[in-house]
Design a protein. Structure first.
Length: 360
């Protein structure tokens, strides 16, 4: 059985471990906590409940547009990025989809609920889970309504460059294929500007880029996501079908505040980059682990030269109150792969020491 980062209560029930005693390395949330500016203005967050939000969310769109470097007309706010996935699938009438896998399972779940026929383009382990661009371009000739790509990818932490995405978009254009790129983790990447497709939305109307507030800004409970899309017809269609006031005013206020907090953003980038390099080098010292180059705030690892499985490692870890992500249930992976996110230096040492001692 595999568990998502939000399944703490389920873990508590099955293993009898109080949830307050579990350190979750599976949620992929920024360990620095909420942005500083939001904490300083906690009283204003509370008072945001006293009024209705703007129906058009103009101020929020403006703030998000300034953050990503686009115009507000290209911003689509949503009640989490999952809602935007649902909206896009429904409004472009996706009947066939190509999904680059292994990847986040919610994509598949939402597509199947809407009767979409899914095929999978599997990233190969022997290619270090990097995208084979020419093979993907060849597969696109089979005429899909939608291509779905997570970049950086969850769980492999691998990434595709902006130039490669441009080639993919040109190929998609030949077949009237819409391309959805989920950039939930792009801000954690040491080369974020080189892999983000956000700027390509100005040139390609067959591209929609998803972003989330949950992970980088450590606010999963806010349920705020947004999309960047230069296709005004699609934008108007999606926004025109939404219920009035689909986002509460707390999300609007908080969303504007956090993307303006430059100190928090810079501190996060610096901390994650430092810890990512340190943790990777530490784990590479083991002959029993293969560590793949990470672009996100989580590390993807394969057990090698051992009979231990990722499920066994998860079981041993959880009994110590350490919750990693067993990746054996991801399409294209097996019982040797696991993932964990970066927390504080102390907690990262606690987990890596445990892993190194356990796999000997």
């Amino acid at each position: 059985m595999s568990f998502h980062g939000s399944d703490i209560e389920k873990i508590e029930e099955i293993y009898g471990i109080p949830k307050e005693n579990i350190i979750c390395y599976s949620g992929n949330v920024n360990p620095l906590g909420l942005p500083y500016s939001l904490l300083e203005k906690a009283d204003m967050v509370v008072h945001a409940m006293e009024s209705y939000p703007d129906r058009e969310y103009n101020e929020l769109k403006k703030c998000l547009a300034e953050y990503v470097g686009t115009v507000k007309e290209n911003i689509l706010p949503g009640n989490g990025s999952t809602e935007l996935i649902i909206d896009t699938v429904e409004f472009i009438s996706s009947k066939t989809a190509l999904m680059v896998a292994p990847t986040y399972s919610e994509y598949e779940s939402e597509l199947k609920k809407r009767g979409c026929n899914i095929r999978y383009f599997i990233l190969r382990e022997e290619e270090n889970f990097k995208l084979n661009l020419e093979e993907l371009k060849g597969e696109l000739s089979n005429n899909y309504d939608l291509l779905l790509l997570c970049n950086p990818n969850n769980p492999t932490s691998s990434a595709v460059s902006k130039d490669e995405i441009m080639e993919i978009l040109l190929e998609c254009r030949k077949y009237n294929t819409m391309c959805m790129v989920d950039e939930t983790y792009v801000e954690f990447s040491p080369v974020g500007e080189d892999i983000s497709a956000a700027s390509l939305t100005e040139s390609f109307d067959n591209l929609i880029v998803l972003r989330s507030i949950s992970k980088f800004f450590s606010a999963p409970g806010l349920r705020l996501g947004y999309a960047i899309c230069g296709n005004r017809d699609l934008n108007n269609l999606i926004m025109g079908r939404k219920m009035p006031w689909f986002l509460h005013n707390i999300a609007v206020f908080a969303g504007c505040e956090i993307v303006r907090d430059k100190n928090f953003i810079n501190d996060t980038i610096h901390f994650i980059d430092k810890e990512r390099k340190r943790v990777v080098e530490k784990l590479k010292s083991s002959e029993y682990l293969k560590v793949y180059e990470p672009h996100a705030n989580f590390i993807f690892v394969r057990l090698i030269n051992t009979d231990m499985t990722s499920e066994e490692l998860f079981e041993r870890a959880i009994m110590k109150g350490l919750m990693i992500r067993d990746c054996s249930d991801f399409r294209g992976l097996d019982k040797g792969c696991f993932r964990f996110c970066l927390l504080t230096e102390e907690k990262n040492n606690m987990l890596t020491d445990f892993i190194l001692d356990t796999v000997k």
